[in-house]
Design a protein around this ligand. Structure first.
Ligand SMILES: Cc1cc2nc3c(=O)[nH]c(=O)nc-3n(C[C@H](O)[C@H](O)[C@H](O)COP(=O)(O)OP(=O)(O)OC[C@H]3O[C@@H](n4cnc5c(N)ncnc54)[C@H](O)[C@@H]3O)c2cc1C
Length: 421
């Protein structure tokens, strides 16, 4: 069976990998000239199984209200004359109900645990190199939050089968000596020893090379304009450069992995996907003093900033903006990230050579990705991974390949429109 994967980001390329392994004949189509050139290009690098709690949780509405009007706040909401933004925001508020947060957290945790296993197996099978680190993730707390939040989180994670240990400063310094010069006193920390980090862009590009060697076809520079249907079936996708001729590409089945752009392509088919772009920023800096620069991936829980070390590069990422599909880089946002690096790890990196970037997280209100089949008989989804697309990539794609092969996937996760009789 010939499957066409639409999109060559993390979701698309990992889907191609597990579909190829399951025996499908696969073609991947993307508008860029290489894989992982959009949201999967320069993310925070964390395989963060220890952060399954979605943005939509009971404390989110008050936090967001407090941040309204503050341009330096980790989250910025810019109202648009766009019904999709309002519909998404209303659904987000609904997901903040305690029982929904609990259900979403459990589902994400199950998929994240499975995904890390799949990533490790893939690494072992292929020897793929993407500057990964298996040194855990250290969550840092400042101010009042540090007093009891690490212990509360550790208990909650233990119930989900995820190891995490509250730490004092001495233990933190043993795990990551570069924390010795933090700008603000640390009031608490949580260490998740099984978490990992790595460069998602390098991973996606290396996996693509392996797929090409296995006979998977990649069509780059191929913008998709339209998905055409006949009755309940997709018959082809219409592609072509804006100024060139159009072509129709056919397959037996199609997998939607277009990230934040997924809902735009399926809306004309009568399918609504609850995905909205949530913009985030990163800066990548060369390391100039390795001893002062963290090796262990960190999360600053107060400022919602994460960082990861990729060899001689240091990446720091954060911020969330609901601002439509705008991809302009706001220098003030990048400056905040750079100031965070300079104040906490002085002398570690070269600020003058920092490379700024922004990308659009394909976020669902619940933070649960959409995996499985929608209304069309031969159109599948693996999209909407929001802030956890790297963490969930391998597990989501392996589960999708199972679903398309008629097998029940391992994780206890609400896959779309799946019937196992
Ligand atoms: C600042 C930031 C930090 C992050 N940090 C982390 C982290 O530490 N850990 C983590 O787990 N996740 C993180 N994420 C989230 C993660 O990066 C995303 O969830 C993930 O990259 C989404 O992958 P994707 O394949 O769905 O989308 P994309 O990577 O955007 O892929 C979609 C592909 O579709 C193609 N495309 C789109 N429209 C068309 C069209 N019309 N025709 C043809 N091709 C098209 C694009 O070219 C692109 O290649 C972060 C995200 C951001 C923004």
């Amino acid at each position: 069976m010939h499957v066409m994967v639409l999109g060559a980001g993390l979701a698309g390329v990992t889907s191609a990998w597990y579909l190829n392994k399951a025996g499908f004949d696969v073609t991947v189509v993307d508008r860029q000239s290489a894989p992982a050139m959009e949201t999967s290009f320069a993310n925070g690098g964390q395989i963060s199984v220890s952060h399954p709690e979605p943005w939509a949780n009971p404390s989110a509405p008050m936090t967001i209200l407090r941040w309204l009007g503050d341009d330096a706040a980790p989250l910025r909401f810019r109202p648009q004359a766009d019904w999709r933004q309002w519909r998404w925001s209303a659904a987000f508020l609904r997901e903040c109900l305690p029982w929904r947060t609990e259900r979403n957290t459990a589902a994400i945790a199950a998929l994240a645990r499975y995904s890390r296993e799949q990533l490790r197996a893939l690494r072992q099978e292929t020897g793929i190199d993407y500057r990964h680190q298996q040194r855990g993730i250290l969550h840092l707390f400042f101010g009042k939050q540090g007093a009891d939040e690490p212990a509360r989180r550790a208990d909650a994670l233990a119930r989900l089968g995820i190891a995490a240990e509250p730490c004092d400063l001495e233990r933190c310094l043993a795990i990551e000596p570069a924390l010795a010069r933090l700008a603000q006193p640390l009031t608490g920390a949580l260490f998740a020893p099984d978490d990992e980090s790595g460069d998602a862009h390098a991973f996606t590009q290396a996996l693509t090379r392996l797929l090409q060697a296995r006979g998977v076809r990649f069509r780059y520079d191929t913008p998709i304009h339209r998905i055409r249907r006949e009755g309940g079936r997709v018959i082809d996708v219409e592609v072509g450069r804006d100024d060139g001729p159009r072509e129709h590409l056919e397959a037996n089945a199609y997998v939607m992995c277009l990230g934040s752009h997924s809902p735009l392509l399926v809306a004309p088919l009568g399918e609504y996907l609850p995905i909205y772009p949530v913009k985030g920023y990163s800066v990548t800096l060369p390391v100039v003093d390795a001893a002062r620069c963290p090796e262990v991936s960190l999360t600053d829980e107060a400022r919602r900033i994460v960082c990861s070390r990729f060899g001689d590069q240091f990446r720091v990422a954060g911020t969330a903006e609901l601002n439509g599909y705008d991809l302009q880089i706001d220098e003030a946002r990048c400056r905040n990230l750079l100031d965070w690096v300079d104040s906490n790890f002085p002398g570690a990196t070269d600020r003058s050579a920092a490379v700024p970037w922004c990308g659009l997280r394909p976020a669902t209100p619940s933070n649960r990705p959409l995996i499985g089949k929608g209304k069309m008989i031969n159109l599948y989804y693996n999209t909407g991974h929001g802030s956890l697309g790297w963490t969930l990539a391998c597990g989501s794609a392996a589960a999708l390949a199972d679903l398309m092969s008629g097998t029940r996937p391992t994780p206890d996760f609400p896959f779309l429109a799946t019937r196992f009789d």
